[in-house]
Write a protein that binds this ligand. Sequence first.
Ligand SMILES: [Zn+2]
Length: 614
Amino acid sequence: MSETLRSRDEIDSGSKWRIEDLYPDAESFEKDFDKVNALIDRIEKEGRDFVKDKESFKAFMKLYLEAGELFERVYVYANLKHHEDMTVSENRIRADRAGLLESKLSAALAFFEPKIMELDEDTLNGFLDSEETGYLKKFFENITRLKKHTLSEKEEKLLALASPMAEAAETVFEMFNNADADFGVLKEKKDTVLTHARFGKYMTSKNRNLRKEVFDKYYALYQKYNNTLAAVYVSRLKSEIFYAKARGYESSMEMELASSNIPCRVYTNLVETVRSRLDLMHRYMRFRKKALGVEELHMYDIYAPLVPEDEVKISFEEAKDIVREAVSVLGKEYTDAFENGLTGGFIDVYENKGKRSGAYSWGAYGCHPFVLLNHQDDLNSVFTLIHEMGHAMHSWFSSENQPYIYAGYKIFVAEVASTCNEALLIKYLISKTDEKLKADPDERTAAAARKRKAVLVNYFLEQFRTTLFRQTMFAEFEMKVHDMAMKGESIDADILNEIYLQLNKDYYGEDMISDEAIKVEWSRIPHFYSPFYVYQYATGFSAAIALSVRILSGDEDKIGAYLGFLKSGGSDYPIELLKKAGVDMNKTKPVEDALDVFGDYLSIMEELLLGKAW
Ligand SMILES: [Zn+2]
């Protein structure tokens, strides 16, 4: 970049978040920091026999919640401040101190859950039988529901001692993948060194020779260490099976899904439903082959751009107007809160020297959420804005309607509100291009509108491919290999490669050449070291798309149910909350609905191509 970045001082205050809403100055932060320390001391003293009687329990829970809430504010402030300009050492030191405070607090609370587990049901219910503590029933139910998988104190201690050994596989993989992996240099790029980041970037290049070279070089390394990487992954599988068996679970899947109380049915439904509609993915690949105009479609063509880049410049002011319109279908209650979010000091808009990259929404209970952006005046930035504002509104409504303990939400539902907003934005922007096309424009305007529409639809289709289809394929791979491991079958590199290559063929279909090299792709996916995690991307995406369809119907009850979901935070289990919003993830319908939406957009894209839109 030739343009130099502005320093933070040079940016007008209206474009920065109002961090003073958390703490007006460093002194007030320090006061609360000391308070948290004092609360931790009290936890250590008073916590020892908090289950002695009802009064001690009540007093301790007050302390527990006060410490948690105050700590959160301190921690969030320290990190937000750090992200404003990471070159300021004062900010970095404050964030480090907050990190240490976190360890101190969690160490002080280590006794908490085991003590609760030891209580018999009647005693705990007795403790919760009061006006002040009654609302905590769900919170404790969420702890005690895993009781039958919790072992004796001695056995738990042994398991805890074994955990560094169980983590070894992941450490070895990370060392290989991040420190030692040497992919060589690229001839097509004047001997530029190939890295993970460049793999991602160059796979989207228009230069097919470059894509092929990148693909071959990248996977050659994983092929070279195929046996080693298989052994590392299999040892991860074995540690997972060890814990599942030790804790009395039927399977490793059951164990992992239990943490959010998700039935295995939800997982298998996803896999079965996507599998039953793979014809859609095959159709998309056929379309891609045609649109790219290639004789053979290869795995290195999968990220090649289908449509020219969108060059339309969109200022932040314009972006705000667009997203306002896009969410207007959600009604006054939502749009009022949204407007407050756009203008009320939530958002840190522009890049500045030392600012953290990327985008997120984050916050502390009792204060509005904060949204970090690095706005670039392009279409992607509009999607980022509405996505992060989706998170922010979810937090806002939950904080306004839930007590501190239930204000946060689980990963299983975390991307629902953000993805749903993106779906509303797509729909809105496409309707705008359709209006332009209908208004009998001259040929130049019409061509521009069709190109815009193609850019939008393409963006959405790619999201479906990478989130719904690809993550489900990963989920199916995990399901298969964990099942084999659970049954004690032997697994080696050849078996893993074979399973993966077959899945790749099944998912992409006959119009895609499943190049041999792709069979080792499983060995480069870091997420496989967090078993049964990725499926949540696909289920969350499906739920969001299904909800957007309900919202766009304009039915007030359906919109009301969705707002109810946004207000519910973590007051119930994720599946229950989504059910109340109108999507039952125990059934196949939400995934089917999402796949139907994919089919609709694919038809639009095919039509645009036939009409030679670009
Ligand atoms: Zn997100």
